[in-house]
Design a protein around this ligand. Structure first.
Ligand code: NAP
Length: 344
């Protein structure tokens, strides 16, 4: 759903004051992002789903408050999160004003451009024209002077990498982003981008790939590259949008992403094969004293090259639940073998 121009309803609760939990930094682990001086929380919260104009504003606000109370200092956005496009950033901007303005320096806020955003030849992909204009729009929607991390969202086969990387470099030099990253880049194009950014003097901070027990392509060289180059890694969809939880084992709940959204995750993804694997993984998780979601997240965090796992949540209690993965993130060799054999 496109639209950069939309109106928002006013929330009566905007005057409710928020005081973050005083002990918010005690339970979270913070990991160095590659060779940089920046630390990210082991869990970051993404605003892809549940923050659009179509969603409950109060729930979105509670999700962000709960996350921050748990020590999650990193919120991840993109120009087109919604729906409609832009509305997750606009809602986030309002919540920033209501609740987080005093805590800006405790937060790492990221946005991205690279997918379809507005009509015409300058609202998509990877030209300098698109990236610079898109970040200007994102900053306005979020009421921010700068983002902490700005990503190119996906590689563009038609724009020279030099141009896209020079746009990222320019954005940092203009003070509109502190760091830059790439997302969805395969190993070879990631290697070239990292090298170009190094030459430009704006090192690539982080790569954001899709990575979970069900999606392991990053293990075929990309993770090794990031480790070698000192670039952080923040896997997105670490629960495969909810498939790596126990929620679909007994049918499809009405409040699940499959029913409430259905665009990127639908019934066709819940195959017999997946359900069989999920059930076996669930048994192993129970033996480890964890829920399946917690084991799936811990499994990613066992690798030190993974800086943070980028979770999504539809309910505040899911955030609290997922973070408990930190209570057990070591795996025996036997457990790893069992997981590999279940996943095939
Ligand atoms: N760079 C990219 O191209 C790209 C692409 C996609 C996503 N991302 C980023 O990654 C973030 C996360 O993606 P994602 O939302 O797909 O991540 P995910 O963590 O794999 O899935 C999140 C969904 O899983 C369910 N869930 C989460 N915690 C749970 C728990 N403890 N117990 C049971 N169910 C739980 C919820 O679904 P229900 O609605 O069913 O409750 C939740 O909405 C996005 O917000 C975005 O920032 C980036």
């Amino acid at each position: 759903m496109r639209s950069a121009n939309f109106h928002y309803f006013r929330s009566n609760s905007s005057k409710m004051t928020y005081t973050p939990a005083l002990n918010r930094y005690q339970g979270m682990e913070y990991r160095k992002c590659g060779n940089s001086g920046l630390k990210l929380p082991a869990f970051s919260l993404g605003l892809w789903h549940n923050f659009g104009l179509v969603n409950s504003f109060e729930n979105a606000r509670n999700l962000l408050r709960t996350a921050f109370d748990q020590g999650i200092t990193h919120f991840d956005l993109a120009n087109n999160y919604g729906p409609p496009y832009g509305s997750a950033e606009a809602n986030f901007g309002r919540i920033m004003n209501f609740d987080f303005r005093s805590y800006r320096d405790e937060l790492i806020i990221s946005s991205k451009a690279g997918y379809d955003m507005w009509d015409g030849p300058y609202g998509n992909w990877g030209s300098k024209k698109y990236l610079v204009a898109s970040l200007d729009q994102s900053l306005k929607r979020m009421n921010l002077d700068y983002v902490d991390i700005f990503y190119h969202h996906r590689p563009d086969p038609e724009t020279p990498l030099e141009e896209t990387m020079s746009a990222l470099d320019q954005i940092v030099r203009q003070g509109k982003a502190l760091y830059v990253g790439i997302s969805n880049y395969r190993q070879e194009e990631a290697a070239k981008s990292i090298e170009i950014l190094k030459q430009l003097g704006t090192p690539c901070l982080i790569h954001q790939p899709k990575y979970s027990m069900f999606e392991r392509w990053v293990e075929d060289g990309l993770l090794d590259l990031l480790g070698r180059e000192g670039v952080g890694c923040i896997p997105f969809s670490p629960l495969a949008q909810g498939l790596l939880t126990d929620k679909y084992l007994e049918g499809i709940p009405e409040d699940s992403r499959v029913k409430t959204s259905g665009k990127f995750l639908n019934e066709s993804h819940i195959t017999e094969d997946r359900l069989g694997k999920t059930a076996r993984l669930n048994t192993l998780a129970q033996e480890r004293g964890q829920k399946l979601a917690q084991m799936a997240l811990a499994w990613l965090l066992k690798d030190e090259r993974v800086t943070s796992v980028l979770i999504g949540s539809s309910k505040p209690e899911q955030i609290v639940d997922s973070i408990k993965a930190l209570n057990n993130k070591s795996f025996t060799a036997d457990e790893i073998r069992t997981i590999d054999s279940i996943l095939g």
